[in-house]
Design a protein around this ligand. Structure first.
Ligand SMILES: NC(=O)C1=CN([C@@H]2O[C@H](COP(=O)(O)OP(=O)(O)OC[C@H]3O[C@@H](n4cnc5c(N)ncnc54)[C@H](OP(=O)(O)O)[C@@H]3O)[C@@H](O)[C@H]2O)C=CC1
Ligand SMILES: CC(=O)N[C@@H](CCC(=O)OP(=O)(O)O)C(=O)O
Length: 345
């Protein structure tokens, strides 16, 4: 059995790790961190935790003093993870960081979008945790930077297109919608019930911190610089994310041939599904699951290609991906603990 620590276990992605690992056959949580609930049992803070799966909650500093575990999941705000990674690695643990602290390969780019980095020497040691791109590197890694939720939905949707000469992939236009849990559990005015419950709004319109992450990974796949025109929106659902992406066609291509290309590209992927013609991604069909659903259409009238994706931001967009990465890093079957179907309706 593999012993796990979850830092930030009382936040939304931490709670999702508790849910997913409660049925994982080989990874179990031995302790979690929370400043608010330190000294209590998990079942006191989280009433759904069963006695058989209960674990102590401690301060982050306490957990770091004697980290008796094999792997640590860091579900901490970005800027906080980077300070705990080095001691965990030195104690021999593998680390999956759900924050953005190690996703960007360049400390200067990080500084530009997030602020100063406290431990830039860690950056080259981390593998970007998208198994659909870096499966073999993740298997060998002791430190994985779990991708952001918007980047996961956008990169998976665009990768099969990036080398096609018939498509202008230099600046995809991305329109994404996210459920409110994407903003975390802490109380904030713009995500409170009255402000967000009956509203639907764009935010971060010109500058959202996920832009450099998408550009970094898409440029690597394309082998040339890619810019992303990205607009996120907040929608009044608790979880779920849809990205609708427009890419201009340089030469005519049929939807059938592109759909076949996607099906072939993702044929052996356990969690990426290409929907048949006429079906569109729907958050209701991925809710609570680690699946990513994709659909492709061609608008022959205007010469644009449209790719759509749906994920659960807390599962394939965060904690499910983290478990998928942990499975690879520890030599387990990649889908272990992740084969649950969506919660529908
Ligand atoms: N929500 C989402 O959909 C996604 C989130 N992520 C990333 O995952 C990470 C966690 O996100 P999320 O779960 O939404 O965040 P939450 O705000 O819901 O939870 C944060 C957790 O960290 C603890 N915490 C907060 N501040 C500190 C601090 N300064 N020092 C130590 N512990 C702290 C909180 O508990 P306490 O206050 O009791 O200490 C809580 O357990 C973030 O980096 C986020 O960017 C990634 C992809 C998607
Ligand atoms: C709805 C909402 O606020 N979403 C968050 C992104 C989700 C997330 O947590 O991504 P990171 O892992 O990169 O932090 C945002 O726009 O900042």
């Amino acid at each position: 059995m593999i012993r796990a620590l979850v830092f930030g276990v009382t936040g939304y992605t931490g709670l999702e790790l508790v849910r997913l690992l409660s049925t994982h056959p080989e990874i179990f949580i031995v302790a979690g961190s929370s400043r608010t609930w330190a000294g209590k049992r998990a079942s006191e803070a989280l009433p759904f935790v069963n006695r058989a799966k209960d674990f102590p909650l401690r301060t982050l500093e306490d957990l770091l003093e004697d980290p008796q575990a094999d792997i640590a999941f860091l579900a901490l705000p970005h800027g906080e993870s980077m300070a705990v990674i080095r001691p965990l690695l030195e104690a021999g643990l593998k680390v999956v960081d759900l924050s953005a602290d190690l996703r960007l390969n360049d400390a200067e780019v990080y500084q530009d979008w997030y602020g100063p980095h406290k431990d830039p020497e860690l950056i080259p040691r981390a593998v970007y945790g998208l198994p659909e791109l870096y499966r073999e590197e993740i298997r060998k890694a002791d430190l994985v930077a779990n991708p952001g939720c918007y980047p996961t939905s956008v990169i998976l949707a665009l990768v099969p297109l990036m080398k096609l000469s018939e498509v202008d992939t230099s600046c995809p236009v991305v329109d994404s919608k996210s459920g409110i849990s994407g903003a975390g559990r802490g109380a904030k005015l713009n995500t409170s019930f009255c402000e967000a419950g009956e509203s639907f709004k764009p935010y971060g319109v010109i500058r959202h911190r996920h832009i450099p992450e998408m550009e970094q990974e898409l440029s690597k796949v394309a082998g040339k610089p890619v810019k992303v025109r990205f607009t996120p929106h907040l929608i009044p659902v608790s979880r779920g994310m849809v990205s609708t992406i427009h890419v201009r066609l340089i030469q005519p291509l049929s939807a059938v041939s592109i759909r076949e290309l996607y099906i072939e590209h993702y044929r052996s992927e356990p969690f990426v599904k290409v929907l048949p013609a006429g079906k569109f991604p729907d958050t209701a069909f991925v809710r609570g699951s680690n699946q990513c659903h994709l659909a492709i259409e061609v608008d022959e009238r205007t010469g644009w290609l449209i790719v759509m994706s749906a994920i659960d931001n807390l599962v394939k967009g965060a904690s499910g991906a983290a478990v998928q990465n942990a499975n690879l890093m520890t030599g387990l079957e990649e889908s272990s603990g992740l084969s649950g179907l969506p919660l529908f309706p």
